[in-house]
Design a protein around this ligand. Structure first.
Ligand code: ZN
Length: 163
């Protein structure tokens, strides 16, 4: 196997900053969220494309993504969201490790509903990360967010099993 360029999603810190996991996937909070709740589902294994998932993993990816989205929706109190997968640089994939963006939406959060693309496209360029609206979290901050979400998810699971 050829040596990969250092991948931020293959960092050992991922297990600390993840707030939910399935057998083959992590849920993590975006390090520079474009909107509150912006999270990612990523495979634990370094793969670039959705085409590299087996049928079972494909199912697991979307089942897990749906479950995480549901809980995030309850936590952030909105049912609106965008799911985005960008395959290859031409489509805007900035990190060559498959990731599903879960971007929770609320009324008038962006000037136009479709503005997520330009915001996502620009957020990795240092110069446009404006610290006020799109903070870049430290590992400690991400760990704290993950802990809050993890606790909230445990509560939601309890509520679900009580009904
Ligand atoms: Zn990776």
């Amino acid at each position: 196997m050829k040596t990969e360029i250092k991948c931020p999603f293959c960092n050992p810190d991922i297990s600390i900053t993840s707030f939910s996991e399935s057998q083959n996937f992590w849920a993590i909070y975006d390090i520079a969220p474009i909107l509150p709740g912006h999270s990612l589902i990523i495979p634990k294994r370094h793969i670039k494309s959705i085409q590299e998932l087996s049928t079972e993993q494909f199912d697991e990816f979307f089942q897990f993504g749906r479950e995480v989205t549901k809980k995030l929706s309850l936590f952030f109190k909105t049912d609106a969201f965008d799911w985005i997968i960008q395959e290859n640089e031409e489509a805007g994939q900035s990190i060559p490790h498959l990731h599903l963006h879960i971007i929770l939406r609320t009324k008038d959060d962006l000037p136009n509903a479709g503005d997520w693309y330009s915001v996502l496209k620009n957020k990795n360029k240092e110069e446009v990360v404006d610290s006020e609206n799109r903070p870049r979290f430290s590992i400690d901050e991400l760990t704290n967010i993950a802990k809050k979400l993890k606790d909230a998810f445990v509560e939601l699971d309890k509520e679900k099993s009580n009904t």
